[in-house]
Design a protein around this ligand. Structure first.
Ligand SMILES: Nc1ncnc2c1ncn2[C@@H]1O[C@H](COP(=O)(O)OP(=O)(O)OP(=O)(O)O)[C@@H](O)[C@H]1O
Length: 264
């Protein structure tokens, strides 16, 4: 459903800060894939998402989404089809608007109706979706999002990203800024929504254990390249030690990411 064909992106070309952030990326994402993405600092993980979302145009290569060549599309043109959740729970929602208004914004954008055209059945749909989070937010629909905790806010953002049923959901370390317990809760909700709506998703994480456990496929990036793409039995049998030794053999260095978690 998503194809990246020989995609390249270099920042600050011709300067001392030149950086080949995406280096001949070949990636075929199948419908229903839930891919976890790991890698060292500066490996190109977020840049990969930026390229898919259209935050910049790639230097060369093609990006195909559902058989449509979107390589030259702006981020705005891609936003209807691609939902993205960032690390910062403060981004993605409007703090001075209520939970209901935030959901309505995301929902009516897709339904191509005005914000104030929200009807009773839309509201009960929102209540129903919120109740599935089991955070009690269905009884706080008139609460301003700015008054919610980071975890609650990230849960609302997740709903906003998925309510319009995007073709592709990109999760960019979306639990990294939360405390461990809340992060687990948001991850469980994420898994539930992806399974319920049969979404195709990609998730950057620095939690290696979660990366190998969640989803059906794991990609490892380094120096702008995809150095490992693993699924099925190979993936479920892979131990942390094997992964680290694969990396050091392949790249002739130790895996370094100051935020990476290696323990469960
Ligand atoms: N807009 C930009 N301008 C210049 N350089 C950039 C830009 N965006 C990313 N880079 C560089 O590209 C490389 C890849 O960055 P990226 O943020 O994709 O890494 P990452 O794998 O997400 O790393 P981390 O795990 O540390 O967040 C880095 O060297 C980064 O400094």
């Amino acid at each position: 459903m998503l194809k990246l064909m020989n995609v390249n992106k270099t920042f600050n070309k011709g300067t001392i800060n030149e950086r080949n952030a995406l280096d001949h990326i070949e990636l075929h994402v199948n419908p229903g894939d839930f891919i976890t993405i790991i890698g060292s600092n500066g490996a190109g993980k977020s840049t990969l998402f930026n390229a898919i979302c259209g935050q910049f145009l790639v230097d060369s290569g093609q990006i195909i989404l559902d058989q449509r060549n979107i390589t030259a599309f702006s981020d705005h043109q891609r936003a209807f089809e691609i939902g993205r959740l960032m690390q910062d729970p403060m981004k993605g929602t409007a703090p001075n608007m209520t939970i209901e208004e935030n959901l309505a914004l995301a929902f009516t954008r897709k339904a191509k109706r005005g914000l104030f055209a929200l009807n009773k059945s839309d509201r009960s749909k929102f209540r129903e979706i919120l109740s599935q989070l089991e955070l009690g937010l269905e009884d706080r629909m008139k609460t301003k999002v700015g008054q919610l905790s980071g975890g609650q806010r990230q849960a609302v953002t997740l709903i906003m990203c998925t309510i319009a049923e995007p073709k592709l959901l990109l999760l960019d370390e979306h639990t990294a800024a939360l405390d461990p317990e809340t992060a687990q809760k948001i991850l469980a909700i994420t898994e539930k929504i992806i399974a319920r709506d049969h979404l195709t998703a990609m998730m950057i994480t620095h939690d290696i254990h979660a990366a190998l456990k969640l989803g059906n496929r794991t990609i490892m990036m380094d120096d702008g390249q995809i150095i490992l793409d693993i699924a099925g039995k190979d993936r479920s049998a892979l131990t942390m030690d094997e992964l680290l030794s694969f990396y050091s053999k392949e790249r002739k260095k130790q895996l370094a990411n100051d935020r990476m978690l290696f323990t469960s």
